[in-house]
Every structure is written in structure tokens, then in C-alpha cells.
Design a protein around this ligand. Structure first.
Ligand code: UDP
Length: 252
């Protein structure tokens, strides 16, 4: 993840017209699937994802059960038609890694000790991918878990920040700009990507990954941006849930 492609101009406007701290457009709908216990459809820029929650139910096979708490199985899958070059169907190294880190993030907010020997399945299907699908998937999973009525410490939410290339007015390439929520071109040609997930009530970090290089100063700035992005998306998650249950903000 290294390039000197100019992705932000001297006035601080990015190649897709956004400001450095601006998110792509996000739309969230809760409870879109009637056969799942909880579900969510989420669009984030060009990303389109569905999350469906099943359970808690008895974990099968029995040797997978934990006698003290529920196990959380998140399964992230990218549809073959979700990317430009058709993706080979089925799990690959990347989707296994994303499933694992999302499962671990969700486990930290679900009150799993309420359901010993149970399993909670979280299926995340990426229908259209345009950078940032793990954040979109985890954010949709948070809404689907709440929609399923699973007891949570908080509704988990994810967002990324990163670093993209820029040139000075005289044409010299600068180290780059820290920006919120990388788009497709920025993800492909940027210098660093820092996806995080948090529990917004406490700012506890549930997931943090990094691709590329950031100085410690840039890391701090990127983390601040991503946390702010998470809080903005968290509001949309809550609005989607309130809308599904026909509750207005004042009746909460
Ligand atoms: N991507 C792709 N084919 C793949 C995997 C990823 O075209 O097999 C694209 C997709 O648009 C994805 C982006 O590359 O959103 C960045 O992938 P990354 O592994 O960084 O994860 P993400 O940013 O989606 O969480």
C-alpha cells in the first residue's frame, strides 16, 4: 500500500469531492429479512451489505459448546458479483480473517454469559464492494444483533481512516494527508488504511487493523478521525432501529 498518486488537491478536496473529515453517504435499514431473528441492510458509499443474525440457539456440534457462555460465529462473505473481477465463490484467507476479527469484536459487546452452550450466528453478505466492507459489515451486524433483541453492552460500530497522497503547489509530493473513510481509489492508491470498531458509549476499541505506514502523530490523528466517524455512524444505527420499531427520538 504505497503510492505517490495525488488523491487530494492543495485546497484539501479529495478526488471524489469530499473534505478530509467527510464520510461517504450511509443508509441503514433494520429488520429487512423476515426469516432471520435480526437483520440489517446497509449502504456505505458504493458498498452494499446485508447482515442476518440467527440465535441464540443450541450450539451444534456439542463439542463446540462453551458451558459458560454463547459462542459468536460471524461469517463474512463477498458475493462473486460484488467486485469488478468476478470473485471466486467461497471462503478464502481474507474472508476467514475478516470473519475472525469481526467475531472477536462482537463477542466483546454481546452478554454471552446469558446463554451458556448457545451459538449466535452472524452472516454478513457483501453484495457490492467498494472499499471498507469490513467496517460496513460490522456496522450492519451491530444493528442486526440489536434487532434480534440480543442483550448488548453497546451497539458496535466501525469506521476507517487512512492516509492519501498529495502534492504541494510546486508539484513536490508530500507525505500525504490523513483522511476519514477511504473510497475505492484511495484504498487502492493510498498510503495507509486504519479500520477500527468501537463500543461508542465508552470508546472501547473492539477492532483495530492497519495496512500501510503511519507515523505515531498521523496514527493519533487517524484514530481521532475514525472514532468521530464511528460516532456519526452510530447515530444512524440508532435511527434505523428506532424507525423500525416506530419509536420517535423523544420516546426512547
Ligand atoms: N476487493 C476486491 N476483490 C477481493 C477483495 C477485495 O476487489 O477479492 C476490493 C473491494 O472493493 C474491497 C477493497 O478491495 O472493499 C478493499 O479490501 P480490503 O481487504 O482492504 O477490505 P475492506 O476495505 O473491504 O474492509
Amino acid at each position: 500500500m504505497k503510492s505517490d498518486k495525488q488523491l487530494i488537491d492543495e485546497t484539501g478536496i479529495r478526488s471524489d469531492g469530499r473534505k478530509p473529515d467527510e464520510l461517504r453517504n450511509v443508509i441503514i435499514k433494520a429488520g429487512v429479512l423476515h426469516r432471520a431473528d435480526g437483520s440489517c441492510y446497509l449502504e456505505w458509499g458504493g458498498n452494499k451489505v446485508i447482515a442476518a443474525v440467527y440465535g441464540p440457539r443450541e450450539a451444534i456440534p456439542r463439542h463446540s459448546q462453551n458451558s459458560l457462555r454463547a459462542i459468536v460465529n460471524a461469517r463474512y462473505n463477498m458475493a462473486a458479483f460484488s467486485v469488478d473481477d468476478r470473485k471466486r465463490p467461497g471462503p478464502d484467507r481474507r474472508s476467514r480473517e475478516i470473519s475472525k476479527v469481526i467475531s472477536e469484536a462482537l463477542e466483546k459487546v454481546i452478554l454471552t454469559d446469558y446463554y451458556p452452550r448457545a451459538a449466535i450466528d452472524v452472516n454478513i453478505e457483501v453484495l457490492n464492494a467498494e472499499a471498507g466492507t469490513r467496517c460496513a459489515g460490522l456496522t450492519a451486524a451491530g444493528v442486526a444483533l440489536a434487532d434480534a433483541g440480543i442483550p448488548l453492552k453497546d451497539i458496535p460500530v466501525a469506521c476507517a481512516a487512512g492516509k492519501i497522497g498529495a502534492t504541494e503547489e510546486d508539484g513536490t509530493f508530500t507525505g500525504g494527508h490523513v483522511v476519514l473513510d477511504l473510497g475505492k481509489e484511495e484504498d487502492n492508491f493510498g498510503n495507509a488504511d486504519l479500520p477500527i470498531a468501537i463500543a461508542p458509549r465508552t470508546n472501547e476499541i473492539l477492532l483495530l487493523q492497519m495496512d500501510g505506514h503511519l507515523s505515531s502523530d498521523e496514527f493519533e490523528r487517524a484514530l481521532d478521525y475514525a472514532i468521530k466517524g464511528c460516532h456519526d455512524i452510530s447515530k444512524l444505527q440508532k435511527e434505523a432501529l428506532l424507525k423500525k420499531y416506530n419509536v420517535s427520538e423523544g420516546d426512547e
